[in-house]
Design a binder for this molecule. Structure first.
Ligand SMILES: Cc1cc2nc3c(=O)[nH]c(=O)nc-3n(C[C@H](O)[C@H](O)[C@H](O)COP(=O)(O)O)c2cc1C
Length: 184
């Protein structure tokens, strides 16, 4: 897909078919995260790939809205070094966005997911105290299988309802609150 098309059509996908992600597809997703920029180029992240069903089941109980983690063929949990807390969430967000866009570009849907019960998630994944948990991201081919559903998904969910606030509510010019752009 063209870059703009990937950005424009990317939506959270929570229903997946049971095809596993091919290694090359997963590899590109991980690389997209790795290549993200970060404050002072600290690259404060670690990416935990969770594919075993039992681990995904356990993780799915660590978030209030995380049931889909049990059904996605692959989950990636982003952790960040506590020594880089100031920009960690921002950095992790950049890595996460790179990953989900790289996934969507390959026809793979995803859903960023909060792990509210951080203590349990830490135990399940054996994450040391020196790292914070940022988010889990579920990845999988949109259900049901095939190329068709992606296009159907775009048509039905993206083109019909964009689900985003319009620019005029979000953009100010020169100073806070100025919604129109005055020339000269
Ligand atoms: C930090 C963060 C946490 C999220 N947590 C959850 C979650 O726990 N469960 C879930 O189903 N979606 C979760 N989402 C996905 C959002 O609900 C989704 O991005 C938003 O509704 C927009 O969806 P759309 O792109 O399909 O329009 C989370 C997203 C972010 C960025």
């Amino acid at each position: 897909m063209e870059t703009w098309e990937v950005i424009r059509t990317k939506r959270a996908v929570r229903d997946y078919d049971d095809r596993p992600l091919p290694e090359r597809v997963l590899h590109r997703i991980l690389n997209a995260g790795r290549l993200a920029g970060s404050a002072r180029n600290a690259q404060p992240w670690r990416f935990i790939v969770v594919r075993e069903a039992s681990q995904r089941q356990r993780l799915s109980r660590c978030g209030r809205f995380a049931r889909h983690l049990a059904h996605a063929p692959c989950v990636i949990v982003i952790c960040t070094d506590v020594q880089h807390r100031r920009w960690a969430a921002f950095d992790a967000g950049r890595a996460a966005q790179n990953m989900v866009l790289a996934a969507w570009d390959q026809g793979v849907g995803s859903c960023v997911t909060a792990l509210h019960d951080e203590a349990s998630a830490r135990e399940v994944l054996r994450i040391p105290d020196t790292f914070d948990i940022q988010v889990a991201i579920a990845f999988g081919y949109p259900s049901p299988a095939g190329e068709g559903p992606i296009h159907r998904f775009i048509r039905e969910r993206v083109l019909r309802v964009t689900g985003r606030r319009p620019l005029h509510e979000l953009v100010y010019y020169e100073v806070w609150g100025q919604t129109s752009h005055h020339e000269g």
